[in-house]
Design a protein around this ligand. Structure first.
Ligand code: GLC
Length: 352
């Protein structure tokens, strides 16, 4: 509303027209048309039971009406799809978009004929975007620890979003806290008393572990600062600080490597991992072409070591030759821009 009020005269719609909106909604939705879809479930710590099963566009329209805003949604998009659209607008090599932020998810461009459960009309382009909701991926092969299990059990959505809980920004800090708590209880890591704050869920956030992990000072000053300001531990031996850094490293590396494995899984699925050379039927004619993965989200943007582990693992899993044709590129705020582009291309006033 404030944004609309701040817009100059040139941007006012012609009389009788509503403003049109691209709506980025970063939760699982059963999409029923370009501008309607109902919420399947909440993720990332949201819990508003009333919203589940509702058309989220209708809900936004109702809310805008209450505020006297003459606007309508012309495109409802998941943030991954927005990121893909935003990046692909500039670069046709973009086949995959990944969000690594509070939550995590990915979408990719698939050949329509490879989508067996789709029975609608074939799209003109021959391809469709699949929103994977990979945050909910689960496999017994995932290296889940007791800390992951406890975090899951105490979360608002136990048994769900297992992959997201091992990878994304909302959870990494709390995994570290849980391990520190165990070490404080069993091995007196912070002295004979366990710091009371260590019992508080989510008190240690991912930006805090990023800060500690990135501390380059000889005496690990930043680590000491975080331990003091957040956990109330006033002095720690250097050895303890080093151990804390090591723990942040382990948790971030695990998350980044899992995300990288997800990306390589997609590249395999669309034949951009070199496998086209041996099996042509599954390919999108893109073999040998450069493939770009558009990335958006604060975890990837603000956590350089996480980013480095992810890039290294993608390259490692693909092998040098194939990796030379694959790049992971940050597309900052790409999801919002992509949603706006999709809204513009679905405008009801096109050609008028
Ligand atoms: C959660 C949501 C998903 C979203 C992702 C990143 O996993 O379920 O829809 O894309 O977070 O924001």
């Amino acid at each position: 509303m404030r944004f609309v009020e701040s817009e100059g005269e040139n941007y006012h719609p012609k009389p009788g027209r509503d403003r049109e909106l691209g709506f980025t909604f970063s939760f699982p939705v059963k999409q029923t048309s370009i501008n309607s879809g109902y919420l399947i479930k909440w993720t990332k710590g949201f819990a508003i039971p009333d919203g589940v099963g509702k058309d989220v566009v209708q809900a936004l329209h109702d809310a805008m009406k209450r505020r006297g805003l003459a606007m309508r949604v012309t495109a409802l998009v998941n943030d991954t799809v927005g990121a893909l659209a935003g990046a692909r607008y500039w670069n046709e090599d973009v086949m995959v978009a990944v969000i690594l932020g509070t939550g995590t998810n990915a979408c990719y461009v698939e050949r329509a004929e490879a989508i067996t459960k789709y029975h609608g009309e074939s799209p003109r382009s021959g391809s469709m975007v699949i929103n994977m909701e990979w945050g909910n991926f689960w496999s017994s092969h995932l290296p889940r620890t007791i800390y992951d299990e406890d975090l899951d059990a105490e979360s608002l959505n136990p048994g769900e979003q297992g992959f997201e809980k091992m990878v994304s920004g909302m959870y990494l800090g709390d995994i570290v806290r849980r391990v520190l708590l165990k070490m404080a209880e069993d091995s007196f890591l912070f002295g004979t008393e366990v710091p009371a704050n260590l019992y508080k869920p989510n008190i240690l956030r991912t930006p805090d572990i990023s800060k500690m992990h990135q501390d380059e000072s000889a005496d690990l000053r930043e680590v000491a600062k975080v331990l003091k300001s957040i956990l109330g531990v006033s002095s720690t031996p250097l050895k303890v600080r080093m151990l804390v850094v090591e723990l942040c490293d382990l948790v971030a590396e695990r998350g980044a490597r899992l995300a990288a494995a997800g990306i390589v899984g997609i590249l395999k699925k669309i034949g951009r991992d070199g496998s086209c050379l041996s099996n042509r039927s599954k390919c999108d004619q893109g073999e040998g072409r450069h493939t770009t993965i558009a990335m958006d989200g604060g975890l990837y943007e603000h956590y350089p070591k996480f980013r480095k582990y992810l890039q290294e693992t993608v390259a490692h899993l693909l092998g040098e030759e194939i990796a030379a044709n694959v790049s992971v590129e940050l597309s900052k705020d790409g999801s919002g821009i992509g949603a706006a582009l999709l809204a513009a291309s679905h405008s009801q006033y096109v050609n008028t």
